[in-house]
Ligand binder design. Structure first.
Ligand code: BTN
Length: 267
């Protein structure tokens, strides 16, 4: 094993939760390189792994984002991880919200730049994306599960790559200095668990999350299947669906999974 590998592996060693009441981080697996941490967590789920497993990777060869987009990140720079949860069925639609809110709360502890949430689950800073989550669910003999896969741009030099400089940022780009991935990861696991392990926090999650959405009140364009809809984002319902008043005055309920792109805002 190279020194570089040891360094990265050690960076995430010992982050397992110590509190018996915690769920997220009961077991943490680190990979120097993998296809997708979502696939690793899914395989574990299908094999009967209890909830709380966290899979982290330094490099993904087939990292994916929402709507079949790819998610790339240079090796060892950012945080790429997936959490296996087995929530109550009623809480399944809240999983993307949980990830977004926990990431936003975490990043605020590492930068003075305001952090915002764009529906459904982009986390943004300085008008650019800094994190996104892909939630996938499924079921097997061991029961159903949700995989919360999240990428957080920590130390990649987003400004140095013309193809993403205008749309992506990282903590390092915002702060002009590198940030410890370990510190960010530790806080992030605590923030996620603080929501998931508390029935009160799960109950208030939709309202707490929606209060932070920068999308609400804005005129937006979305692509929904083959359809383009223009309207005003009026709010979210109690499962996190976007309520969009279209040009005919009809309120459409848009599922995160069905909206291809929030194409833009007009104010
Ligand atoms: C998005 O904004 O489109 C979601 C991006 C999700 C990327 C993360 S990185 C860790 C996990 N593994 C994957 O293949 N995807 C998610």
């Amino acid at each position: 094993m190279s020194d570089q590998t040891n360094e990265s592996e050690n960076e995430f060693k010992g982050l397992e939760s110590e509190d018996d009441r915690s769920v997220i981080g009961r077991r943490i697996v680190w990979h120097k390189e993998t296809e997708s941490t979502n696939d690793d967590a899914r395989n574990a789920a299908e094999a009967g792994e209890p909830e709380g497993l966290v899979v982290i990777a330094d490099l993904q060869n087939a990292g994916r984002g929402r709507m079949s987009r790819i998610w790339t990140s240079p090796p060892g720079m950012d945080i790429l991880f997936s959490v296996l949860l087995r929530p109550e069925a009623a809480d399944l639609p809240k999983m993307p919200l949980l990830a977004g809110l926990a990431v936003a709360r975490t990043l605020e502890q590492f930068t003075d730049t305001p952090i915002t949430l764009k529906w459904p689950n982009d986390v943004r800073a300085a008008n650019r994306k800094i994190s996104g989550s892909l939630v996938e669910s499924g079921g097997s003999e061991a029961g159903y599960y949700a995989i919360l896969g999240t990428g957080v741009n920590v130390n990649q030099d987003a400004s140095g790559h013309p193809e993403i400089a205008e749309i992506a940022t990282s903590l390092r780009t915002l702060n002009d200095k590198s940030v410890s991935r370990r510190d960010v990861m530790r806080k992030l696991l605590l923030e996620m668990d603080n929501i998931y392990s508390s029935p009160e926090n799960m109950t208030s999650l939709v309202s707490v999350w929606s209060a932070r959405l920068e999308t609400i009140g804005q005129e937006i364009d979305v692509r929904w299947g083959d359809e383009f809809i223009h309207g005003i984002a009026e709010g979210v319902d109690d499962t996190g669906r976007l309520l969009l008043r279209d040009e005919d005055g009809e309120v459409r309920q848009l599922e995160a999974g069905e909206v291809t792109t929030v194409l833009g805002t007009r104010n």
